[in-house]
Write a protein of this length. Structure first.
Length: 95
């Protein structure tokens, strides 16, 4: 939840008054037709970094935010990114 601190903010046709609580509906964002063709289909390739992107709309950096975004994002993100390399190190005996 984010608090709107400016006097007011306009999003599309909506006016958000100062002091309003603002929620981002991640499920809706992650299944939005504007960002993903056939959003309910399982297509992991849509998140690949290749430039063709298989005919998809170019990937917006905030169209998929499973760990949130910005300075207050999930502290588990760093752990998740580091975990595979730690597992390889343990299994290879290079602790």
């Amino acid at each position: 939840m984010k608090k709107c601190h400016v006097l007011h903010y306009v999003i599309g046709d909506y006016l958000v008054p100062a002091g309003s609580n603002v929620f981002i509906l991640l499920y809706r964002l992650h299944h939005h037709e504007r960002f993903y063709a056939d959003p309910f289909a399982f297509r992991p390739e849509r998140f690949s970094d290749n430039s063709e992107n298989n005919g998809q709309v170019p990937h917006h950096p905030y169209s998929y935010i499973p760990f949130s975004a910005g300075p207050r994002n999930c502290i588990g993100k760093a752990l998740l990114i580091r975990e595979p390399s730690d597992g390889v190190r343990v299994f290879s005996g290079n602790i």
